[in-house]
Design a protein around this ligand. Structure first.
Ligand code: ATP
Ligand code: MG
Length: 484
């Protein structure tokens, strides 16, 4: 073990937010050891802006709770941690851990329970990559390096601690982490990892809970180097494990969406990580729509059913939380609305909560050569910058064009609805759905037996498909890995 001067590693307290210093100081004052560890130290040494800072201590979670009182919450069962609120920030405080006992690993060697407190040396050996295992004590101005991690940072090398095969078997998510760090930091993966990073090894990801894989996929999508990591996911056979139903092919659309996501992160714009799932699953969704259309299902119902099917299948690999599921289906449904909007709905559509995401999606499709958008991406793009007068003219012009093509179309008999109220894009189950105005009189209430598919082809709230229960996922077989 080497003790290095923090200043020699390019670290100083001036680089740290008050929140992490506050946590370190309070623990030290109470007589415990406390360090900053993990990505925060690594990123600072590389001149990057750390996403967050994690602390590690010899105090048990219960002792951390004693120090911070109501500012502290103990979370996790298999992997107990203290969450400490410092100002508006949340700092994760972990306790030094010893190696897990044999009895709590799965048949494949995966760690299932991990609350064995230990020494700093033991804690170090449990960490994944050398570059994530530097311990920084900011008040002492010291960095503890147990494995020449500083050299690995200098040489931009990603090296696993211990026996690489064993470390991947213990926790297959480390394979995803390896690709994430290699892409994010532009590091090379050490040969000792490459040698064992085989398709058989990636099969182990099948045992990881879909919850954890969803979390990891979100980290991949939001690290700012999604475009770089995508081909790596394919090359290393990880794509197959994460997105079983999606062809491993970085289409123009997927590539552009990835670049766009990275750019947004670079300039500090927010992103909804579910957006990239909407992109990835778009093709399978369209194929599934066709499947239902071929069976004679009306378009709106085909879309609703296809959306549910595609998301349900993806959820067997990575859970899709309810909010993400709704978001994705709304973005897809927006595509239909934006492509063929009713003229009297155009203005309210442009103020819809899902307009921005739907429009971005449409424009990405258009810019990646999808001509089925019929130029509507550019139309909406221009529309948003117009004055009220110009908008009126643009709508009138659009209306004339639309009427002409509608006259030509065979299915002209479908009359245009007079209403300018936009129906919800995706109907949620009643308890969670957006609140809708309840019909006040019996005359306003739909007649159950015959109001199923609206005149414009959309489906009403009384349609059986809208009454479908949330997909029940059988999690009894799922083995949960440690959450870190
Ligand atoms: P970032 O926060 O930038 O994604 P990080 O390295 O801080 O990267 P975290 O997931 O925040 O990653 O984890 C904090 C630290 O905990 C890591 O640096 C590593 O030392 C340890 N760690 C996290 N996940 C694992 C794992 N699966 N196996 C072993 N150690 C891990
Ligand atoms: Mg971190």
């Amino acid at each position: 073990m080497q003790t290095l001067r923090a200043s020699k590693c390019g670290l100083s307290t001036a680089m740290l937010p008050a929140s992490i210093l506050d946590v370190i100081d309070a623990l030290t004052k109470a007589g415990y050891e406390a360090y900053i560890v993990g990505g925060g130290v690594r990123d600072l040494m590389l001149g990057l802006n750390p996403k967050d800072f994690d602390a590690v201590t010899n105090a048990t979670p219960a002792q951390v709770k004693e120090v911070f009182g109501r500012r502290c919450r103990i979370i996790g069962r298999r992997f107990e941690l203290a969450h400490v609120y410092a100002g508006r920030e949340l700092i994760e405080v972990a306790t030094f851990r010893a190696p897990p006992k044999k009895a709590v690993t799965s048949a494949a060697g995966m760690i299932l329970r991990d609350n064995n407190w230990g020494s700093i040396e033991q804690d170090f050996a449990r960490r994944d990559f050398s570059i994530n295992a530097l311990y920084y004590q900011p008040r002492k101005g010291e960095v503890l390096d147990f494995c020449n991690a500083v050299d690995d940072i200098k040489h931009k090398t990603l090296r696993l601690l211990g026996d690489p095969a064993l470390r991947f078997e213990e926790d297959p998510v480390r394979m995803l982490r390896a690709l994430r760090f290699a892409a994010k930091l532009n590091f090379q993966i050490d040969d000792s990892i490459l040698e064992i990073f085989t398709p058989e090894m990636t099969e182990l990801l099948r045992d990881v809970s879909p919850h954890r894989l969803y979390d990891e996929s979100q980290k991949l999508f939001t690290m700012g180097h999604l475009h770089r990591v995508l081909p790596m996911l394919i090359d290393f056979g990880i794509w197959k494990q994460l997105f079983a139903e999606i062809k491993p092919d970085i289409t123009d659309f997927i590539g552009k969406a990835a670049k766009n996501t990275d750019q947004r992160i670079q300039i500090g714009k927010t992103i909804n990580p579910a957006f990239f799932y909407a992109v990835l699953l778009w093709k399978p969704f369209l194929e599934r729509c066709e499947f239902y259309s071929a069976k004679g299902t009306v378009p709106a119902e085909a879309r609703a059913q296809a959306g549910l099917d595609v998301l349900k299948r993806q959820a067997t690999r990575t859970i899709i939380p309810r909010f993400a599921e709704t978001f994705i289906r709304e973005v897809w449904e927006m595509q239909t609305r934006l492509l063929n909007p009713k003229p009297q709905q155009i203005e309210s559509l442009s103020g819809h909560a899902r307009f921005r995401a739907g429009f971005d999606f449409l424009l990405l499709r258009e810019n990646s050569g999808d001509d089925s958008t019929q130029g509507m991406g550019a139309w909406w793009d221009a529309y948003q910058t117009m004055s009220a007068d110009e908008k009126e003219k643009a709508i009138a012009q659009y209306n004339r064009k639309r009427s002409r093509s509608r006259r030509k179309a065979a299915q002209e008999e479908v009359p245009d609805s007079r209403t300018s109220e936009i129906e919800p894009l995706v109907q949620e189950t009643e308890s969670r759905g957006r609140r809708q105005r309840k019909p006040k009189t019996s005359a306003e209430r739909p007649v159950r037996s015959d109001v199923r598919v609206n005149e414009d082809g959309s489906i009403g709230a009384d349609h059986p498909i809208m009454k479908r229960k949330r997909v029940q996922r059988d999690l009894s077989q799922v083995v949960f890995g440690p959450t870190q």
